[in-house]
Design a binder for this molecule. Structure first.
Ligand SMILES: [Fe+2]
Length: 321
């Protein structure tokens, strides 16, 4: 029987009211097991470290069993190991390792999720085709494939090509506007090789820019790639001299760090990880973190800074256990 306004007038107790509300499918806002508003951000995901040595070995194994004819992408999702989590690396971003074998193509597609890749190991003539242009993939390069840009991969040399992808897919999942389509030609045709492209930050250029940049801390220099590189993601590269370190106070920023060169140690919210080139480290919001380089090192930091700044939600967070 439908609940009437009169039934609420006749309610004789709080329990009667709860029963009527339940029958209407309405939840009371004053007696919930978990409040909707709370004083400080929750720590839902923790720090995590992913090893490139293992990632590369796993991709090589996948190369024996998984064909790019059948799989849209031969990739390994670096899901944060928090209980119950299956996908994001940090709340708003996901990272993945990917490999395209020598002579293989990964067909072209486009999606509303923004993506970028950090090239790890390639030989000659490995390309990402972006909007009809072949963009070279050389170790240390960072390539962009923004929202709705056609992109595919063509590895025309003999060596396997390996890289790390970063996408804002968890943000798209949260907000809802996911669109995806395959290219009508399967692999987008491209004849022109574009070494200079707004979608490519070549490694040599990154190294040169950092060499000319002033120190922001003793032994630390930092540049931004793009301003920002993508609508939802900012990219920064930090260079540390051997023995140098820096610390970052906790904030609402979600980051994934990827060492582009070198080796060292990171203390992230009470956990310590050794790192080296090609690893990925999840630094979720509210995590204080300190990085120390054992040799000259370059760190790529992918963060959701543009998103949080635009929404006016980039804030410091008090340190806590
Ligand atoms: Fe894609």
């Amino acid at each position: 029987m439908a609940v009437t306004a009169q039934a609420f007038k006749d309610a004789a107790s709080m329990q009667d009211l709860y029963d009527l509300l339940a029958r209407c499918g309405i939840e009371n806002g004053w007696n919930k097991p978990e409040p909707s508003l709370y004083a400080l951000p929750k720590k839902e995901l923790g720090p995590a470290h992913f090893s490139w040595v293992l990632g590369r070995a796993a991709l090589d194994a996948a190369g024996r069993f998984v064909n790019t004819e059948h799989a849209e992408r031969r990739n390994l999702i670096l899901a944060n190991p928090a209980p119950g989590n299956k996908y994001p690396t940090v709340k708003t971003l996901v990272a993945a390792y990917q490999m395209v074998k020598g002579g293989e193509v990964a067909r072209s597609h486009r999606h509303t999720a923004n993506a970028l890749r950090l090239v790890l190991d390639t030989g000659e003539r490995a390309y990402t085709i972006v909007e009809g242009k072949k963009i070279p993939m050389e170790p240390g390069d960072v390539l962009l494939t923004p929202n709705w840009y056609w992109h595919g991969h063509s590895n025309e040399g003999p060596s396997n090509a390996y890289w790390m992808d970063f996408l804002d897919v968890p943000t798209v999942h949260m907000l809802g506007p996911m669109f995806f389509e395959h290219h009508p030609d399967d692999v987008e045709s491209a004849n022109e090789v574009a070494t200079q492209s707004p979608c490519r930050f070549p490694w040599a250029e990154t190294v040169a820019r950092l060499a000319e940049s002033p120190e922001v801390n003793p032994g630390q220099r930092e540049i931004e790639l793009g301003s920002p590189a993508l609508a939802t993601m900012a990219l920064h590269v930090t260079r540390l001299d051997a023995g140098a370190s820096f610390s970052v106070e906790p904030s609402t920023l979600n980051c994934i760090y990827a060492p582009m060169q070198g080796a060292g140690e990171a203390a992230i919210d009470g956990q310590t990880f050794g790192w080296s080139r090609g690893d990925a480290l999840a630094v979720p919001s509210s995590s204080p973190h300190t990085w120390t380089a054992h040799e000259e090192s370059y760190l790529l930091r992918v963060s959701d800074k543009p998103l949080l700044e635009r929404l006016d939600w980039l804030r410091p967070v008090p340190a806590r256990p």
